[in-house]
Design a protein around this ligand. Structure first.
Ligand SMILES: Cc1cc2nc3c(=O)[nH]c(=O)nc-3n(C[C@H](O)[C@H](O)[C@H](O)COP(=O)(O)O)c2cc1C
Length: 377
């Protein structure tokens, strides 16, 4: 009889596609935790658009170009990444695996993809940075209504060696998450997203005057920030030396404002269909946005990246890099750090195969790959 470890290793090897990992994660997670990760907002119209949008575009490959050597590296804010891939900020990772963000960040470092740590991570930003001391870390900021708390976290990120601040602009209030409402499930209220708050000296001073049980309620109050505006972001810019990337941009005019106001990059994203249901896919917003920003202005994309060919399509439509969300969280749920590593390695392998088969040897050639629209099955 095979021992349990061998059996589980063999089972893990069977997970190649996103769908395999999703099913395996569903099998190991409690239904409410899986529902939190998998679901989208409202009727999940946007969630399904994200994935379907990639199929609207067909790659028109070029052949006979000697693709035996390639280099898909990119430079972002002074760091070189061998592939145009980062792990998207995902909060509450403790619901997927006890090692949560620490395991994901380590896997990111070992596979040389960038790691974006969430404000509502299950471990503090300092612990995450230590866990991925070999890699490139960015810090995703959820605005706090108290500017001093916002700034305190940004300063901690600077001290911990983060290379950029990613301000998420599409979550001024939480999306209408029907699955979580049905399940009466809030990982924030269960304490999975509080590490950065409880370890913040400013926040500690705030809650000292309160009953300790008020911590989760206070976090929820800080994080719900409908008043967020460009003035706040301009203020932040004046208070940090780090580049600021705006995550959640879908409108050309907002992209133009980001450039005009001196921000350093944007992530075209609809939060994986978890915020405004009914908005379009991130991919469909990308070409219009790329047109209105300068060529050297970093434009990244997330929401719906599942396969290597999706990365090719996103870059061909003008993205400088992509971020991946749910796929790595499923890997984390199934096998911790190893699962995340497997997911990333598979994705990168498939990306290399797709890029070379499309006839592109570098990012410039990838950007000029022709896509045909409307060949929809
Ligand atoms: C479980 C989960 C938690 C997330 N938490 C955050 C977060 O804390 N901050 C944030 O900016 N985005 C968060 N996101 C959105 C991701 O950063 C990313 O935009 C999205 O997952 C990309 O879509 P994909 O899952 O289709 O790849 C989360 C997504 C998921 C699935």
């Amino acid at each position: 009889m095979k021992d349990a470890f061998l059996v589980s290793m063999e089972a893990q090897k069977a997970h190649y596609s996103y769908e395999d990992w999703e099913q395996a994660a569903k099998a190991v997670l409690a239904p409410d935790a899986f529902g939190y990760i998998q679901s989208g907002a409202g009727a999940e119209e946007t969630l399904s658009k994200n994935e379907l949008s990639f199929r609207r575009y067909s790659i028109v490959p070029r052949y006979l170009r000697n693709v035996s050597e390639f280099d898909y590296s990119i430079e972002l804010f002074g760091d070189t990444l061998p592939y145009p891939v980062l792990l998207a900020p995902v909060g509450m990772q403790g619901i997927a695996h006890p090692e949560g963000d620490l395991a994901s960040a380590r896997a990111a470092g070992k596979t040389q993809v960038g790691y974006v740590a969430s404000t509502v991570s299950s471990f503090s930003l300092e612990d995450i940075a230590r866990s991925n001391s070999i890699g490139v870390n960015w810090f995703q900021l959820y605005w706090s209504n108290d500017r001093n708390l916002t700034l305190s976290m940004v300063k901690r990120a600077e001290r911990a060696g983060y290379k950029a601040i990613v301000v998420t602009v599409d979550t001024v209030t939480l999306g209408w998450r029907e699955t979580d409402l049905k399940n009466k499930y809030s990982p924030l209220r269960l304490g999975y997203g509080k590490a950065n708050y409880v370890q913040d000296s400013y926040f500690q001073r705030m809650i000292n005057v309160m009953d300790f049980e008020q911590v989760d309620i206070e976090i929820a109050k800080q994080i719900n920030h409908p008043s967020l505006s460009w003035e706040d972001l301009v203020w932040l810019k004046e208070h940090t030396s780090l580049p600021i990337v705006l995550k959640g941009i879908l409108h050309e005019d907002d992209a133009k404002l980001a450039v005009e106001k001196g921000f350093d990059g944007i992530i075209v994203s609809n939060h994986g269909g978890r915020q405004l249901d009914g908005c379009g896919s991130a991919l469909s917003a990308l070409p219009g946005i790329v047109k209105v920003v300068p060529a050297n202005f970093p434009v990244l994309l997330d929401s719906g990246i599942r396969r290597g060919a999706d990365i090719v399509k996103a870059v061909a439509l003008g993205a400088d890099a992509v971020l991946v969300g749910r796929p790595y969280v499923y890997g984390l749920a199934v096998a911790g750090e190893k699962g995340v590593k497997d997911v990333i390695e598979t994705l990168l392998q498939e990306f290399k195969v797709s890029a070379t088969l499309a006839g592109a040897r570098n990012m410039e050639e990838l950007k000029s790959i022709r896509l045909m629209l409307g060949d929809f099955v």
